[in-house]
Design a protein around this ligand. Structure first.
Ligand SMILES: C[S@@+](CC[C@H](N)C(=O)[O-])C[C@H]1O[C@@H](n2cnc3c(N)ncnc32)[C@H](O)[C@@H]1O
Length: 472
């Protein structure tokens, strides 16, 4: 992680302090029908733009195999990114996402021969995006893994002793580790993870790729994952994990990290590397435009984006640090520090000010005919309490954030079935609080951008994957 070299390790402190409800994946019912109805019944005052939501008809894993490298809450599907990138940019254009998350937009852009630029304030998101748009090659990743595996037998006694000491006394042992991390792994798996955690340098492109791949297999409910304590989607609440482990006398199954990582690399390298160049930046979306331009210029690339495709954080819904505490531990990040930094906790009014600042900051980084696409989820409840002002948020973003900054409205597309199944699973019977209806606000940076957005909306898009070379 170039800007976020992880040299300092986080010490163990209870992570429970964050006041969010315990997720319960066992209750995966879609209990949000009233919220969907409410949203659909609302009249939208904005003109519609007719973009056929063909992305919904595609396979779940449509697109490059790097996309599902690691689960990430509230990510949008690669096929949705394709629908806009194919229509609104050409090969060689810069496509920018200031809230890139796990890098769906920049990866899809590089996969289609564009220049993909992603930015996010969350270091975990930056790591994932960087691994996808500035990846290791298959040979580089496999060679590095082979070296680490060869060194392991000599290293094993030290790390196994250390793992045993930590698991016997997580907070007072040789390294302070949260108790819930220590119970998540079989002793030998834990020893290998401690070794790899120390060996992998996150400011090195190849090591970063391996670390990102490990975050994708860190926990999940099959033998390809390193801990079977939790589902793959998110880390369950630490207190829940400790109680569950005590109640069920949980003993983690033994997994060989080198084997599991080798298998993960095989899945990731099923397709050639994306052909386009890419950049991953870490920082605040409000100055992403200036930082993106500087980074593009430094690489001798065009420095203005023809398309911005992004999904800003929701209103007070997701806590990326808290729900990724096990991955954060592996990366040496503090989940609370991540959540303290991100703009996921705004109420509506400050959220609109924030987005206005973001849109203002992007302007100098846009071509004259640029198109800006904002995927904005409706939010029906705020931490358990019903709210009405989370619905129709896109309309407010247009009126209070985009229009005052001189953007031109091409229209609003509604994505009614782009169900965030992960979100629904995450909150179970509280699913109504998560987004059920995405509103896709399509803006022009200027009148020519607006016209381009409207005329491009009905262009046919090829859904064959991988795309034929001549299409690139
Ligand atoms: C809805 S997610 C984007 C998901 C993305 N479209 C994907 O497919 O993975 C919103 C992102 O905004 C990021 N974020 C929150 N506050 C931010 C800020 N001030 N600057 C930059 N990124 C921020 C979060 O870390 C999160 O990754």
């Amino acid at each position: 992680m170039s800007q976020h070299a992880v040299s300092q390790r986080v010490t163990a402190r209870p992570i429970d302090a964050v006041p969010v409800p315990t997720p319960d994946p066992a209750i995966a019912t879609i209990a949000a029908a009233p919220a969907i109805q409410l949203a659909l019944e609302l009249e939208t005052e904005l003109p519609r733009i007719e973009i056929a939501p063909e992305w919904k008809a595609q396979q779940r894993l449509w697109g490059h195999p790097f996309h599902p490298m690691c689960s990430y809450l509230a990510s949008f599907p690669a096929a949705l990114a394709h629908a806009f990138i194919a229509r609104y940019s050409r090969p060689g254009d810069v496509v920018l996402d200031p809230f890139a998350g796990r890098g769906t937009t920049p990866l899809q852009a590089t996969a289609e021969g564009r220049i993909g630029v992603g930015n996010d304030l969350n270091p975990f998101a930056h790591l994932l995006t960087a691994s996808k748009v500035e990846p290791a090659s298959a040979a580089e990743a496999r060679t590095r893994l082979a070296r680490l595996r060869l060194a392991w037998p000599a290293e094993a006694p030290t790390w196994e002793a250390r793992a045993a000491a930590i698991q016997a006394d997580p907070e007072g042992g040789p390294e302070s580790v949260p108790a819930e991390v220590a119970i998540a792994f079989h002793p030998r798996t834990f020893a290998q993870l401690l070794y790899l955690r120390a060996a992998l340098k996150l400011d090195d492109r190849i090591d970063r790729f391996l670390a990102a791949a490990i975050t994708g297999i860190l926990h999940g409910k099959s033998a390809s994952y390193l801990s079977d304590l939790m589902p793959n989607t998110f880390s369950m609440a630490p207190r829940y994990v400790r109680d569950f482990a005590a109640r069920t006398a949980f003993r983690a199954a033994e997994r060989d990290v080198f084997e599991c990582l080798g298998a993960k690399l095989n899945r990731l390298f099923r397709a050639p590397l994306p052909p386009g160049p890419g950049i991953s930046l870490v920082g605040d979306a409000r100055d992403a435009g200036a930082r993106a331009r500087a980074a593009l210029r430094a690489r001798g690339l065009p420095d203005r984006a023809r398309l911005v495709l992004t999904s800003p954080p929701y209103l007070r819904v997701v806590k990326y640090g808290y729900y990724n505490w096990l991955r954060a531990w592996f990366l040496g990040e503090d989940p609370r520090a991540i959540d303290a930094a991100l703009d996921d906790a705004h109420h509506r009014a400050p959220y609109l000010v924030f987005l206005r600042d973001v849109l203002r900051g992007l302007r100098p980084a846009l071509t004259d005919d640029a198109i800006v696409v904002l995927v904005i989820g409706d939010v029906a409840t705020d931490r358990g309490r019903a709210i009405r002002n989370g619905i129709g948020l896109a309309e407010a973003v247009w009126a209070d954030a985009a229009r005052p900054e001189g953007y031109r409205l091409a229209g609003l597309a509604l994505d009614e079935v782009h169900a965030h199944r992960k979100m629904t699973k995450l909150w179970g019977n509280e699913a109504g609080r998560a987004t059920q209806l995405d509103r896709i606000l399509v803006l022009g940076a200027s009148e020519s951008g607006r016209r381009r957005a409207i005329s491009g909306a009905t262009l046919p898009v090829a859904w064959t994957w991988p795309p034929r070379l001549r299409a690139l």
